[in-house]
Design a protein around this ligand. Sequence first.
Ligand code: FES
Length: 137
Amino acid sequence: FIPPKETNEGGAILAKDILGNPIPASQILAEPPGTRALVAGLAGDPTYLTLEKDATINPWGIVDNCTHLGCTFPWNNIDQEFQCPCHGSRYNADGSVLRGPAPLPLKLVHVAVKDNAIWIAPWTEIDPRTGENPWWV
Ligand code: FES
C-alpha cells in the first residue's frame, strides 16, 4: 500500500493508525460488519469508522470525544451504543444522545474511500441528525 499525498484540496486528510501511518481501507474492510474501527482523524482526533453489512465503510465518521467533558468512550456491541465511562452518557450508532449528561450529539466527519485510501474531511453543512447547523463549526 503506497499512500497518496496526505491532504487534498478539500481539507481532507488520510485516516491514520496510532503510530501515524495511513491505514489502507482494505485493512478496515477485513473486519466483520458492525465493527467500529478507531482511527486518528482530523487534528488527530480519535474517530470511529463503521463497517457496514455490505462491506463498505459508512460515510459518517463519529469523533470519539464525549460532548460532556471530553472523555473517550468505547462502542458497546451488545447494547449497540457508545457508552461514556466517565459520567454515563450514552449515544446511539449515529452519535445522537440517548442519555445525558452529554448535552450535544457527537461530532461528525465525512469519510470517503478512494483507491484503498480512507479520507476524512470536515463536516460543515447541516447536521442531518438535528436538521441544524453543526454545533462544532
Ligand atoms: Fe462523557 Fe461526562 S465526559 S459523560
